[in-house]
Design a protein around this ligand. Sequence first.
Ligand SMILES: [Zn+2]
Length: 225
Amino acid sequence: MSSPIDLIRRQVSDLHQELVRYNLVVWTAGNVSARIPGEDLMVIKPSGVSYDELTPDAMIVCDLDGTVVAGEHNPSSDTAAHAYVYRHMPEVGGVVHTHSTYASAWAARGEAVPCVLTAMADEFGAEIPVGPFALIGDDSIGRGIVDTLRGHRSPAVLMKSHGVFTIGKDAKAAVKAAVMCEDVARTVHISRQLGEPQPIAQADIDHLNHRYQNVYGQQTAPAAR
Ligand SMILES: [Zn+2]
């Protein structure tokens, strides 16, 4: 029988292929991680391994300080940022990072994506905010993600001059947010080419977000998300 860690290894491995399928990554950029429920552990992509070679066995298990517990490769160079998010946001079960094209174009300008589409109100409930410019190597990126997303409805942040980090209750939700982030960044970018996108009233954003997050879809329990 598969252990919980084996199941999470498989899930994280499979979800990396979604980043490829939705054209969110090139070469070895981008990564997905998942918290192992009930443990101070996470599963993350190995560093510098091509997407074609990612298998459940290749995934790395780290503690929440980013120290490798099991795995044959070095963990992703973004491990410290993922670990910082898990340490400081206990409700988060999955983290995704990409340099997806349109979202990163907004990040390069340091400009938040305004909430001008109903699909954005549904998934993000607000603008997609910009986080600080931060260099890899310490807790700066993780701190920037947490400081920007804590208390914000958006599960996505555009780290200035860098790319996207998304969070979710699990890794699948974080991947979904990364896919949706790129989709709306692209659409709003295109809209901008011929004029100024029209704002949506805050009350309507609130209504749409509440409905999507609490009522929409196949609910397994009242208020299930
Ligand atoms: Zn990056």
